[in-house]
Design a protein around this ligand. Structure first.
Ligand code: NAD
Ligand code: IPM
Ligand code: MN
Length: 355
């Protein structure tokens, strides 16, 4: 039997509420399968920890996490601690420190999920975003000069390295080839005359190794319009850190909402642990009420099982989420139901045990 060591950083706001349900589902999958098991170790890092200690995680945080097979993360950030401190000190620190350069975010309209777009069928929204996750606009490079004086200047650099662009673009081409899908690059070379011209050039260069993959390129402004007007154009999508961040919230909006939006921060070489987290934040407006939707976290757990090589379980969990959406017996209020977070997780476990 294979044992996977999972570090759990439930984090802030609804993070602990939704992560508890993902852990339930992972335990149920392991119990049913018998080939693998998990050990879960909780780390109480986040904004409360910051208010007590002055740091979001201990100085040795990455060293501690390095020994795990994966990290399961809820959400980071809460009123009372400035976002740029909480996120830089924990979430981005882990993504960067562990070279999790691929942020894999499915944007798929499951059967039964609500969609605000008119005349859209399930198969019209079936995308996978490959978001660059280690540099770009979120590299944290910049300066604040003459602070608090009339001549103050801020500079926020976009950092696009050849290695950084090539590897994420190659990952996306490989995925498109494997899944026999089209690949769309989203950039903005008309205005960003260094970074995005370079990105487009590398997209074309890497593409020479993949003559079998059909490609498309869009400017990000047009792409956001087409995601709403004609989402069927997109299958595998590769884009920069900032654009991927924004477009995947848009993707969530057209495919059931933030409560159904999953994501995985991958270090594909497995040199460091990968981190699995829903794409939503700590949702302070509903935190503590027991009504957050855990399905995004549960889908994230399915991505973890995929990454460990149990793709049968990944599919099974997503199929069970779909069944929950169709049966509507235990959905949370964001999906029109009256169930609590834990009732929704319990129903998922029941379905998995029954199948
Ligand atoms: P958010 O994603 O937390 O919330 C946006 C909206 O979606 C809210 O109305 C919220 O109630 C709803 N929502 C989110 N998750 C939900 C769920 N599981 N079920 C039902 N409804 C859900 O975004 P925000 O309000 O902009 O950010 C709140 C905090 O979270 C900020 O500190 C932000 O920096 C942080 N944040 C963290 C992450 C992360 O940890 N990965 C991601 C995004 C934002
Ligand atoms: C996300 C979040 C993070 C990001 C923030 C909280 C730093 O919005 O995972 O989408 O932008 O990467
Ligand atoms: Mn985001």
């Amino acid at each position: 039997m294979k044992t996977y060591k999972i570090a759990v950083i439930a984090g802030d706001g609804v993070g602990p509420e939704v992560i508890a349900e993902a852990v339930k589902v992972l335990k149920a999958a392991a119990a049913k399968d018998g080939r693998f098991e998990f050990t879960f170790t909780d780390y109480p890092w986040g904004c409360e920890y910051y208010l007590k200690t002055g740091e979001m995680m201990p100085e040795k945080g990455l060293e501690i996490l390095k020994g795990y097979d994966a990290i399961l993360l809820g959400a980071v950030g809460y009123p009372g601690v400035p976002d740029h401190i909480s996120l830089r000190g924990l979430l981005l620190e882990i993504r960067h420190g562990f070279d999790q350069y691929v942020n894999l975010r499915p944007v798929k309209l499951l059967q039964g999920a609500p969609c605000p777009l008119k005349d859209v069928k399930r198969e019209d929204i079936d995308m996978t975003f490959v978001r660059e996750n280690s540099e770009g606009e979120y590299s944290g490079s910049g300066a604040w000069l003459y602070k608090d004086s009339p001549q103050e200047v801020v500079i926020q650099n976009g950092v696009f390295s050849r290695k950084g662009c090539e590897r994420v673009i190659r990952y996306a081409y490989d995925l498109a080839r494997k899944e026999k899908k089209t690949l769309t690059s989203i950039s903005k070379a008309n205005a960003l005359n260094y970074s995005m011209v370079f990105w487009d050039q590398i997209f074309a260069e890497v593409g020479r190794d993949y003559p079998d993959v059909e490609t498309h390129s869009y400017l990000v402004d047009a792409a956001s319009m087409f995601m709403v007007k004609d989402p069927g154009r997109f299958q595998i999508v590769v884009t920069s850190n900032l654009f991927g961040d924004i477009l995947t919230d848009l993707g969530a909006a057209i495919s059931g909402g933030m409560g159904l939006a999953a994501g995985a921060n991958l270090n594909p070489e497995k040199k460091f642990p990968s981190m699995f987290e829903p794409i939503h934040g700590s949702a302070p407006d509903i935190a503590g009420k027991g009504i957050a939707n855990p399905l995004a976290s549960i889908w994230t757990a399915a991505q973890m099982l995929d990454f460990f090589g149990y793709e049968d379980w990944g599919r099974k969990i997503v199929y069970s989420i779909e069944r929950m959406l169709v049966e509507k017996k235990a959905l949370t209020p964001d999906l029109g139901g009256t169930a609590s977070t834990s009732e929704c997780g319990d129903e998922m476990v029941r379905i998995l045990q029954e199948d």
